[in-house]
Every structure is written in structure tokens, then in C-alpha cells.
Design a binder for this molecule. Structure first.
Ligand SMILES: Cc1ncc(COP(=O)(O)O)c(C=O)c1O
Length: 418
């Protein structure tokens, strides 16, 4: 049996209706921004493989660092043991984070990073005493697929079978303008609010919805006036996507906790971190074990993941990479200007290296027919883009070339005339 037949026979793919799904693309190789199928056809990975890839596929420097670490120490239990790659990684990340972030808790995917932040907040208030139990989040939020993360996320198609099992969260309107501050104040005045969780500046899964750093700054300040903890979910926005290493670098108010994953390892290995301020950490210190954060995963602090994260930071911090990020931002801006006002475009928006083109469509939403049409169109043009309903977005690896970007733009222009 061929490996593709084995796939068909055994593999249950994510976010997929297996009965009606078309055959998946059989990818056999990746290099730079390109993915190659078994026939050698290339596809530009315009969405960085679910927003994870920073420096291109199969990067030789990252591969070398993975190999070196693998031959030295591949994994060790992280309770009662530690290792140099983990400690060094925290030291390096600290320099990029809002200055109040002091402590680092490792896990292995974005949903877990969020789950951990939520558990930390719940136990923070438990350890402190009092009655703060309510969670605030934003309309359209996506924080992952585990139960706590799903609870914080918007209710809809993806959560429907589970809604009865999710804990209650108050979803505030999307912060389009400063009216959000009145809505937030009303909720804060009701009392008992434990936390406000948000995707800073860009809501990814909701269709790359974007909002301003000024409004978010004011929301955080208001929450802090009421003693409410703030969680910035930077799982998608982290590591340069919004033009700064973290989206929170564009704000002066600092969150109490930050979740990161995806680009952390340059998109090579599953790893995530939840960071927090000293204030959060201190609430768990006691001679009493029950006050400790009794949470962990088998692969917590995996040394190979840490080594490759350090290597990815080496590349990200290089002038060449920062120059590429600026180039992507500039190219997106010029392209947006070119297509601005097109009759098929409902909305055009950009934050950093993320450009989103929302098309006019009566059946808008994740299941829109337009989505399938667009997906196939881009594949036929040698480009991998998974539109979010009627939203086409470009979120490329930072190594993408001008020629590759131009190819994506030209296919996007054709898509507008479909
Ligand atoms: C903002 C945000 N948080 C959390 C997650 C969940 O991450 P993971 O898919 O690694 O569990 C995602 C995934 O897209 C995300 O965009």
C-alpha cells in the first residue's frame, strides 16, 4: 500500500470533514518559502504553515542545532531537573518581552500555553482568597481547542458540540472604537472579574481582524484599575508577525501573563511558554504544597525545542531578518494601495507582515463557497493559502523573496476577478 493510501485508510486530519474532504496535498519536501508535492510541483507557503514558520522550511542552521542538541541531550524530566538550553532561552526571551515578565512555564502547544495561563489566573485568585471568578474575552476570540481555551474563545461552529461543557465567559464587543471602554467598564463594575484575555492587535482565526494598540492600551489600564489580571495571547502574533517581536511591544501598558508558541521554535517543533510577572509567581510561594502550581506535561521544557528556539532567535535578531520584515511590510502596503477600492473588496487591512483582504460575499463565514473557490485558485497558481471564509490573508515566512511576494499579489489580483 502506498503511503498516500495508508493516509486515506488511517489518518484523521484536523479541522476536516473526512467524508467530503478532497485528497490532501502530498507534501514531500520543503525549502525556504516553498513546499513541494510528490510530483515536484512547488507551492509558496503564504501562510507560514498555520502561522508557525519564520525562516523558511528545512532551514540548515536550525537543522544543525536540532541535530547537535539531539546528540547531546534529547529530553529529560523537567520537574527536579533542568538544563542549559531552557535557562538560556528564558534569558534571551526576557530581552524581547515587556519588562514585567519574569517567570517562564514551558508546555508544548498554543492551546496548552493558554490553558496554563487560565489555570494560573484561577489559582492566583484561589491562593489569594476572595471571589474573583469571571473571565472577560473578546467577541470572535480564538485561543485554542482545549476546554479552558475553548471557553475563552467565541462560541460558534467549532465549539457547538461542547458549549454545555465550557465555563462561562463574558465576551465583550470587538474593540472597533473607544465605545468598547464603556462596555468594559460596565462589566468591571459588576465585580468579581478575575481576568481579561485577548489576542493583541490581531485576532487570527476570526479572519485576521485588527484593532488599535491605543484602544488595547486603554482597556488594559482600565482592567488594572479594577485589579483585573490581563492575559495577552501572543500565540499567533508573537515573533515578528506584527512588525515588533511581540505585539505587546507596541503598547506601554503591560499584561500580567503572555502565551507564546507557533513561531517560538521558528515553526520547527511543538513548544510553548506561558510567561508571567513576579506578582503572579509570588502568589504561589508557600510552605504549603497545595499553593504550588501542580501542572506539567511529559515534554515540558524539551531541550531540542529550546535549542531550536534559541537558534530561531539567532536568525530573527539578525539585521537581515529585520530588513526582510520591513520589506514585507512595505510591499504589503504598496500592494494594498494598488488594489484599494476594488469593487469586490469589502475591507482591506494590514498589521505588520499580515495583510488581510476581505471579499464581498453574501455567504461570508468559514464555510462560504467562495473559500473553496479561492483555495483552489491559489493552489492552481502554486500558492498555499487557506482563506478564512471570505478573508484571503498573506502571512508569509520572513525569508520570502520579492519575486515570491509578487507572485502571491498577482494571484490575489486574479482572485479578485474570479
Ligand atoms: C491566538 C491563538 N491562541 C492559541 C492558539 C492555539 O494554538 P495551537 O494550535 O498550537 O494549540 C492559536 C492557534 O491558531 C491561536 O491563533
Amino acid at each position: 500500500m502506498s503511503w498516500e493510501d495508508l493516509d486515506k485508510k488511517h489518518i484523521w486530519h484536523p479541522f476536516t470533514q473526512m467524508q467530503t474532504a478532497e485528497k490532501p496535498l502530498a507534501i514531500t519536501k520543503g525549502k525556504g518559502s516553498l513546499l513541494f508535492d510528490k510530483n515536484g510541483k512547488s507551492y509558496i507557503d503564504a501562510i507560514s504553515s498555520w502561522w508557525v514558520n519564520l525562516h523558511g522550511h528545512s532551514h540548515p542552521y536550525l537543522a544543525k542545532k536540532v541535530n547537535e542538541q539531539m546528540l547531546n541531550l534529547e529530553h529529560v524530566v523537567f520537574a527536579g531537573c533542568t538544563h542549559e538550553p531552557a535557562a538560556n532561552l528564558c534569558g534571551r526571551l526576557k530581552k524581547h518581552l515587556p519588562t514585567n515578565q519574569e517567570k517562564f512555564f514551558f508546555s508544548d502547544n498554543g492551546s496548552s500555553a493558554v490553558e496554563i495561563a487560565i489555570k494560573m489566573v484561577i489559582q492566583y485568585w484561589h491562593n489569594k482568597g476572595g471571589n474573583r471568578k469571571r473571565f472577560l474575552a473578546l467577541d470572535g476570540a480564538y485561543h485554542g481547542d482545549t476546554f479552558g481555551a475553548m471557553s475563552a474563545g467565541a462560541r460558534g461552529l467549532f465549539s457547538a458540540p461542547f458549549n454545555n461543557y465550557l465555563f462561562e465567559v463574558t465576551h465583550l464587543p470587538f474593540p472597533e472604537n473607544e465605545h468598547i471602554l464603556e462596555a468594559l467598564k460596565i462589566e468591571l463594575e459588576k465585580g468579581e472579574v478575575a481576568c481579561f484575555i485577548f489576542e493583541p492587535l490581531v485576532q487570527g482565526a476570526a479572519g485576521m481582524r485588527m484593532y488599535s494598540s491605543e484602544i488595547l492600551n486603554k482597556m488594559i489600564a482600565l482592567c488594572q484599575e479594577y485589579g483585573v489580571l490581563c492575559i495577552a495571547d501572543e500565540v499567533m502574533t508573537g515573533f515578528g508577525r506584527t512588525g515588533t517581536t511581540f505585539a505587546m511591544n507596541q503598547l506601554h501598558n503591560q499584561p500580567d501573563l503572555i502565551c507564546m508558541s507557533k513561531g517560538l521554535t521558528g515553526g520547527t517543533l511543538p513548544m510553548s511558554i506561558t510567561t508571567c510577572s513576579q506578582k503572579i509567581y509570588d502568589a504561589f510561594l508557600s510552605n504549603d504544597l497545595t499553593k504550588a502550581f501542580l501542572h506539567g506535561h511529559s515534554f515540558t521544557g524539551n531541550p531540542i525545542g529550546c535549542a531550536v528556539s534559541l537558534a530561531s532567535l539567532d536568525l530573527l535578531e539578525k539585521q537581515e531578518c529585520q530588513k526582510n520584515i520591513s520589506l514585507i511590510i512595505k510591499s504589503h502596503k504598496a500592494f494594498a494601495k494598488e488594489i484599494e477600492g476594488h469593487p469586490k473588496i469589502a475591507n482591506l487591512r494590514q498589521t505588520g507582515t499580515i495583510l488581510a483582504i476581505e471579499l464581498k460575499d453574501e455567504t461570508s463565514g468559514y464555510t462560504s463557497d467562495l473559500r473553496t473557490l479561492l483555495y483552489k485558485h491559489f493552489l492552481s497558481e502554486g500558492i498555499l493559502i487557506r482563506p478564512l471564509g471570505n478573508v484571503v490573508y498573506i502571512l508569509p515566512p520572513f525569508c520570502i523573496t520579492t519575486e515570491e511576494l509578487n507572485q502571491i499579489y498577482s494571484a490575489t489580483k486574479k482572485a479578485l476577478d474570479l
